[in-house]
Structure formats: C-alpha cells, structure tokens
Design a protein around this ligand. Structure first.
Ligand code: ATP
Ligand code: MG
Length: 311
C-alpha cells in the first residue's frame, strides 16, 4: 500500500491560502522531506495528514484511510513529533515512554526504544534537565512507542547544534533502515540532502519543486559554469574576446558553459589577457541556490532558510 497519497489538498484560513492545492505521494520506506520558508504551509499540510486539522478540499489517503474520518484508528498506527515538542518537565524519557504505552494500552520495552533513539544514557534524566537534542530524541522515542510504520517529524532538528543534529540524523537513518516511512519538514537544506529520498519544496501553500535533490537541481538550477577569481578588467577582456555571457560579482568571474569547449576558449582568452587570476573551478547550482531562486528566500551561512521576501 502507498502510505501517503495527496491530491489537490487545500486549506484556507480566511484569506490565507495555507495549503493551496498540493499533490504528492510518499512511497513505502521512503524519507520524504517537505521544505519551504516560514509560513509555506508545511505544518498545516502535515497536521492534516495526521488527522489533527480538517482539510477544505482534495483527496488524501494515509495508510489507506481518510485521516480526519479515521483519526482513532490512524493514531494507533502512526508516530508523530509536533513542531516544538515539549513534555512534562519532571518526567524522564523512560517514564514518558511507559506513560505513552499505557495511553495506547500496549506493552513496550522502554530500553529498546531508548536504544533506538540513542538515549540509553539519559533515560532517567528529568525532561527539564535534558539538552535540546536529548529532548528531540525523547520526542522521537515517544513517536515510536506504538511501533508505527509511518512517522511524521515536523522540524526534528530545529535549534540543535551540529552534533545534536547529526545524532538525530543517525536515529532517522536507523529508522529508515528498519523500513519505516518518514515524512519530515526541515529548514536545513543539507539535512534534506543527507536524509531524504524525495523532496517537495513548498512556497505560499504550493509545491514549487518536487523530486530527488539532484532532479530538483537539474530541473530548476542553472547549468555548469566556469568561475575564475579575478577582477572586472579580466571579465571584460574575456567577454570581449569570446562573446560569452560573462558575469562579474565580488571578485568572481562567472561564465555559463553551453558546451565543454567554452571553458577552454574562456581560459585561452584569460591567458591572452596577460592579466592575473586566482582559483579556477567549475560550479553547478546547489540545492541552496535553487531554493533561493524558487522561493526568493534567504539562506544563512548555516544553510538555514530564514525567510521569504516575496510574500
Ligand atoms: N490555525 C491557524 N489559523 C490561521 N492561520 C493559520 C493557522 N495555522 C496556520 N496558519 C497560517 O497558514 C500559513 C501556513 O502556516 P504553517 O504553520 O503551515 O507554515 P509552516 O510552513 O509550517 O511554517 P514554519 O516553517 O514557520 O513552521 C501561515 O500563513 C500561517 O500564519
Ligand atoms: Mg511549521
């Protein structure tokens, strides 16, 4: 069975088109990443799939069910970490797991779950004393209590330091290796590339790109370019002698390569100029570059999307 099928899903809040006709499928065993700037509609979409919000329009099937109509049944079969997960301060992860199991009316081995989320050493630490990463791991642990095959992780690594993020990645990879299907949202493009088999980039309630990271880059990115560290005079010289579309910005000369010999011709021109230049490399758009183009968002030095300036 296909775990998640979404067709033309819509959810409006007054004039805000939070989700504006999105369609996608998540296949079994896949890690599917929803990307997009703040307010793109990721949480709204995910929470509709979880049966927590009611759709306005569209067809959705989660494990073959309509999530809103079959919430009770569905919640027994999925695992969820909400955005900004918190828990009772005076409870340990181990107690929290036992408590969750009792809510589901099931027996579970807390140690096995603590192990699966790499939290064996902090199982008895009170929630209030856990680090951010350990808190997120507790969330992951709770999402696993009912042994779900389908997990919804809304920003599982936001606010964590690089090591803690990598620890969560390791847990997610472990879950994938055990055959779980995972849909996650993230503001970290490197994380999406590291973890996700398939991506959908949302902006203003719509999916603006979909596919593997490579497919999205190929489809929406610019082709290969030659980059030469040099000054504007050299850029002008190469442009004049080759007729190429030479760009110049921040000490970097950029030449789009329509064919491989373009690089040779450009370098030959540079040599003829008798001017000096620095590093030479060829470059393609990264997922960051493509993301910025698609959502006019801003990606900071850490690869985190910090906003959208077209809405
Ligand atoms: N309950 C609500 N009532 C009114 N508007 C809402 C509600 N929930 C979400 N919205 C609006 O819908 C849009 C999408 O919000 P949503 O939380 O789904 O975005 P998001 O992609 O998850 O953003 P973030 O990256 O900040 O978590 C936003 O404009 C938001 O203000
Ligand atoms: Mg959100």
């Amino acid at each position: 069975m296909i775990p998640i099928e979404v067709s033309n899903l819509k959810k409006y809040y007054g004039n805000v088109r939070a989700v504006d006709g999105i369609s996608f499928t998540v296949n079994e065993g896949e890690v599917f990443g929803l990307l997009g700037p703040n307010g793109a509609g990721k949480t709204t979409a995910i929470e509709i799939l979880e049966g927590l919000r009611k759709k306005d329009e569209g067809e959705i099937k989660v494990l073959g069910m309509d999530p809103w109509e079959n919430g009770y049944k569905l919640h027994r079969r999925i695992g969820v970490i909400p955005q900004e997960f918190t828990f009772f301060e005076k409870t340990s992860p181990r107690e929290a797991i036992i408590y969750y199991a009792s809510l589901f009316g099931i027996k579970t081995d807390p140690d096995e779950i603590l192990k699966a989320v790499l939290l064996e050493d902090s199982g008895t630490t009170l929630f209030e004393n856990l680090s951010g990463g350990q808190k997120q791991k507790t969330g992951l642990a709770l999402s696993l209590v009912n042994s779900p095959d389908l997990l919804f992780l809304d920003e599982p690594t936001t606010g964590l330091d690089p090591n803690a993020r990598r620890a969560i990645w390791e847990v997610i990879r472990g879950l994938k290796a055990r055959g779980k299907t995972i849909i996650l949202t993230t503001h970290y493009l490197d994380e999406a590339q590291q973890l996700c088999d398939m991506l959908a980039i949302m902006n203003h309630g719509r999916i603006v790109a979909r596919g593997t990271s490579d497919e999205i880059i190929k489809q929406h990115g610019s082709g290969e370019r030659l980059e030469i560290q040099g000054d504007e005079a050299l850029a002008n010289f190469i442009r004049a002698s080759t007729g190429f579309d030479v760009e110049f910005k921040n000490g970097l000369i950029g030449i789009p390569l329509k064919q491989k010999t373009d690089a040779l011709n450009a370098l030959e021109a540079a040599a003829h100029s008798k001017m000096d230049w620095g590093e030479i490399r060829t470059q393609r758009d990264s997922l960051d570059d493509v993301f910025v183009k698609l959502v006019s968002g801003v990606v900071d030095d850490h690869g985190e999307i910090t906003g959208s300036n077209n809405g």
